[in-house]
Ligand binder design. Structure first.
Ligand code: IPD
Ligand code: CA
Ligand code: CA
Ligand code: CA
Length: 272
């Protein structure tokens, strides 16, 4: 059964579920959360609350829109016929959550016809809720967001992350050594979703990372683009696990060109 998905309704639901899950996580976070599993590497941890938050989010989606599909980091892919697919990262920044650092987020993006049309990112320990609907701007609570523009590469504060697959560590260090002397400074915040929302809010000028997953950037990528940023991969490829670059258009090009020489895929044909 396909129920016509109205963007405003999808956004309102995403915001309310992200908010509820964020509050639950803050209320239930023990002083020392326990690691229940590791994934691609010992750094890539899962706590019981990653799973509990995803279960809560799935239950709320199922109650409101029982026929929709869901893709969640912890629960995988659940197909549906309802016209929307919910892309969920129940805790983005689990390592921060584990250590009691505040920059972790509940991220919920809503995809219709293969395109993210609404997104909500709750950063509950900062009391912040970011949201966007395609074509209708990005918001932090009631404040409209605009990314920084007109920033030169050597004056840019650049957020990055180091995707957890241990096979990538040496390449990540090589890319960082290349980028660091050419920008104002680097921030490794620990949550891809928060990093992209920080681009939207002008708290950093740009972001790049290799090795993220769709649920990391589905919602926050829309928030950044609705705040005026450009998001993409290298040499015309869409952003994805290979690379996510995000910044206002001029700076995007400069950062992109800085990253291309270190792209492991640089010998493959460019996409036009
Ligand atoms: C991770 C965070 C981190 C990024 C990793 C992600 P998780 O997500 O976004 O900042 O560097 O690539 O996997 O595992 O904490 O949900
Ligand atoms: Ca994870
Ligand atoms: Ca994540
Ligand atoms: Ca996660």
């Amino acid at each position: 059964m396909r129920v016509s998905p109205d963007r405003a309704e999808l956004l309102a639901l995403a915001v309310s579920i992200a908010d509820e899950a964020g509050r639950m996580l803050v209320a239930k976070r023990p002083a020392r959360p326990e690691v229940v599993e590791t994934k691609s590497s010992p750094t890539d941890v899962v706590t019981a609350l990653d799973r509990a938050a995803e279960e809560l989010i799935r239950a709320r989606i199922a109650a409101a829109r029982p026929y929709d599909a869901v893709l969640g980091e912890e629960g995988g892919d659940t197909p549906g016929t309802g016209g929307a697919r919910w892309v969920v990262d129940p805790i983005d920044g689990t390592v921060n959550f584990l250590y009691g650092l505040p920059d972790w987020a509940v991220s919920i993006g809503v995809e219709v016809d293969g395109e993210i049309v609404a997104g909500a990112v709750s950063v509950p320990q900062r009391g912040e809720l970011y949201s966007a609907a395609r074509g209708e701007g990005a918001w932090l609570g009631g404040e409209r967001l605009r990314c920084n523009t007109g920033v030169a590469l050597d004056r840019a504060l650049v957020a990055t992350g180091f995707g957890y697959d241990s096979g990538r560590r040496a390449v990540q260090a090589e890319v960082l050594a290349h980028v660091l002397p050419r920008v104002r400074d680097i921030r490794r915040g620990g949550s891809c979703a928060v990093d992209l929302c920080s681009v939207a809010a002008g708290r950093v000028d740009a972001y790049y990372e290799r090795g993220t997953n769709y649920w990391d950037h589905a919602a926050a990528g829309l928030i950044a683009t609705e705040a005026g940023a450009r998001i993409g991969g290298l040499r015309g490829r869409p952003h994805g696990t290979d690379m996510v670059v995000c910044a206002a258009p001029g700076l995007f090009d400069r950062l992109h060109d800085l990253l291309v020489p270190l792209d492991p895929e640089r010998d493959a044909p460019a996409v036009h």
